[in-house]
Design a protein around this ligand. Structure first.
Ligand code: SAH
Ligand code: SF4
Ligand code: F3S
Length: 485
């Protein structure tokens, strides 16, 4: 057991970063199509978008492949959130350049946030790129590919106020058949000063709730048992009844606007056997209504990702986050009051934002002590061209200090994650099995309601089942236990 514990810790630490990871497309073979290979970087929304892209191009006769050497078309779905994310893509393009030398007809396209940020500059800077498409331009991909086939470079970075791809059924890529993402909105209107997303993803818009519920139902019918509702700020989800769904909404008791709490409830009602998660919540917008809806439905997971960014109110104000330290801590109190101590809470944090003093950094550390997060994604500030912070403030904290502060919060979080996990030892957790543990086919792995990875001996259980597991041991990243019968 001891060895397994250590190996699992390493694996989970490697996998901890939800940003800047890569996933490739699986194999499909109709034997007639051109072969499409997509690599995705960045947040879950980008991964969900790659599934839309695959769906659009499947209809045009493309098959997906997981082997870049087999591909006729290579797409990189890119992220701009930090400089490092963009550098990763540039390095990848250098590698792909080598492939293109051997196969000159290979079509190379850049999609996503970096495409949107750099637009035609991409075609100038990276000569091997044939096609550039922003996040709202994916319906245009067949036409853009035709254009490249005719010997031109192709670009569409038009940002829409309406596009939600509501009618497109995503082709589930790299799916475990148990858990899936559903995009419920696109864009962001928040204008946090450090953030490039409002510029790369455009204005916030919500997707028709009827299409969201239909997608959840369809996934459930296909055997999926968990959906994660995705948006940059899910709490500002808003939909006003339209002619085509007025009657449908009235049947659900809604006569005016659909809020996020309403939407959660509608999706939770698809089946008690379908788990619901959501990401990301914004501290200024999450309502008690949402918390009460979570409490009311057993199948809405008791886990909230509530990024704080900083524990100091002056920095939060400079970041334009719209809340103070005290407001944030009050929200945590409401979560604990309504959902209890065991509700999972995680965060994102940035160290070394413009003018952050040592005292202000210490307030982030003390906020962490007060909240006791289960998990956190932690970054040092990376100035992004075109953002409000770049225009208004000086990026004046040296890299060494930024990284030292980052290390301090990582160390604190590592200790907290272990302390929080220890509270789960000795208790029975309901686990939805997602597949084999990464280390051994003798063990299965899934998550409990609070989003913690639980590993246990396989016995006769299988993927997609709910299993009650008595947790007997833990690391900072994983709970270990045994099924109870
Ligand atoms: N919509 C989410 C965050 C999306 S970006 C929210 O509002 O919380 C994911 C995380 O990346 C952010 O929460 C932030 O912690 C980090 N991030 C964003 N811009 C950054 C930058 N310029 N430098 C460092 N980290 C950044
Ligand atoms: Fe960026 Fe802020 Fe929008 Fe999140 S809420 S995507 S951090 S602007
Ligand atoms: Fe990156 Fe764009 Fe997501 S910048 S984090 S891929 S919205």
């Amino acid at each position: 057991m001891e060895n397994l514990v250590q190996d699992l810790t390493i694996l989970n630490e490697n996998n901890a970063e939800n940003c800047e990871t890569v996933k490739t497309t699986p194999d499909q073979n109709t034997g007639k199509g051109r072969k499409l290979y997509i690599e995705s970087y960045g947040c879950q929304m980008n991964f969900a978008d790659s599934e839309i892209v695959a769906s659009i191009l499947n209809k045009e006769g493309f098959d997906t492949t997981s082997d870049i050497a087999q591909a006729d078309v290579v797409f990189l779905n890119t992220c701009s959130i930090r400089e490092k994310a963009e550098q990763t893509v540039r390095n990848r393009l250098t590698h792909i350049n080598g492939l293109k030398k051997q196969k000159p007809e290979l079509l190379v396209g850049v999609l996503g946030c970096m495409a949107e940020r750099l637009k035609s500059k991409f075609l100038e800077e990276e000569k091997i790129v044939d096609l550039v498409a922003g996040p709202d331009a994916y319906r245009d991909l067949p036409q853009l590919i035709n254009q490249v086939d005719e010997g031109e470079k192709a670009i569409n970075t038009f940002l829409s106020r309406e596009e939600t791809y509501a009618d497109i059924t995503p082709v589930r890529l790299n799916s475990n058949g148990v858990t899936a993402f559903i995009s419920i909105m696109r864009g962001c209107d928040n204008m946090c000063t450090f953030c490039v997303v409002p510029f790369t993803r455009g204005r916030e818009r919500s997707r028709d709730p009827q299409s969201i519920v239909a997608e959840a139902q369809d996934l459930f019918n296909k055997g999926f048992r968990e959906v994660t509702l995705l948006g940059q700020n899910v709490d500002s989800y808003k939909w006003s009844a339209e002619e085509n769904n007025k009657a449908w909404l009235e049947k659900k008791g809604i006569t005016n606007t659909v809020t996020f709490a309403n939407l959660l409830e509608m999706v939770a009602q698809v089946s008690p056997e379908l788990r619901i998660r959501f990401s990301t919540s914004h501290p200024k917008d999450i309502t008690d209504d949402v918390l009460h809806t979570m409490a009311k439905y057993e199948n809405i997971c008791k886990y909230i990702h509530l990024p704080v960014q900083s524990g100091n109110s002056r920095i939060l104000d400079m970041m334009n986050r719209g809340y103070t330290r005290e407001w944030y801590l009050d929200k945590i109190k409401s979560i604990r009051n309504i959902l209890g101590e065991s509700c999972g809470i995680s965060s994102d944090m940035i160290t070394g934002f413009c003018s952050e003093t040592e005292e202000e950094h210490k307030e982030t550390l003390s906020l962490m002590d007060a909240v006791q997060y289960d998990f956190a994604y932690m970054f040092f500030y990376s100035e992004r061209p075109g953002t409000l912070a770049e225009k208004k403030f000086k990026d004046d904290i040296d890299e060494e200090t930024k990284k030292r502060r980052l290390n301090e919060i990582i160390q604190k979080q590592t200790a907290h994650s272990l302390q929080r996990n220890k509270l789960d030892v000795g208790k029975i957790h309901q686990v939805l099995v997602e597949g084999f543990s990464k280390r051994s086919d003798e063990y299965l792995q899934g998550r409990n309601t609070a989003n913690k990875v639980v590993v246990f001996p396989k016995e006769n259980f299988s993927k997609g089942q709910y299993v009650n597991v008595l947790v007997t041991d833990c690391t900072g990243a994983t709970l270990l236990g045994k099924a109870v019968h």
